[in-house]
Design a binder for this molecule. Structure first.
Ligand SMILES: [Zn+2]
Length: 127
């Protein structure tokens, strides 16, 4: 269907990660999900859209509330991430480090709802 899939997008932005996820498979089966990429960052993929989550340095030792699985987490289990949703707008989302089990707790519907809070984002690379 789409010529420029999330697969291509990921391959472009995070070539090593794309290779790890997709290997030699020509068509990834799931187009929605959150994936750990380099340097502690996370990538949220939904169809052909991709948002990058950059972890912030922890301040204080308050407990965190994960925006995806809604569990209360300690500072060693989660972090606050910065997401650029347009050239002028930034969102802050809290996510567990163990993203696989986090997404397992949230369920498919939870991940979908989370993605709806982020997307659509303005293209940051247009100018
Ligand atoms: Zn979580």
């Amino acid at each position: 269907m789409s010529e420029h899939s999330e697969h291509d997008l990921l391959r472009e932005l995070f070539p090593e990660t794309a290779r790890e996820w997709f290997g030699d498979h020509p068509t990834p089966r799931e187009t929605l999900g959150l994936y750990a990429v380099a340097d502690g960052r996370m990538a949220l993929v939904s169809g052909a859209q991709l948002a990058e989550f950059t972890p912030l340095d922890p301040k204080g030792n308050k407990v965190l509330h994960c925006d995806l699985c809604h569990y209360t987490r300690s500072r060693s289990e989660a972090a606050v991430y910065r997401v650029l949703v347009s050239s002028r707008r930034t969102r802050y989302m809290t996510l567990c480090f163990g993203t696989e089990s986090c997404q397992g707790r949230a369920g498919k519907e939870g991940v979908r709802q989370f993605a709806e809070r982020i997307f659509p984002i303005e293209s940051l690379y247009a100018e």
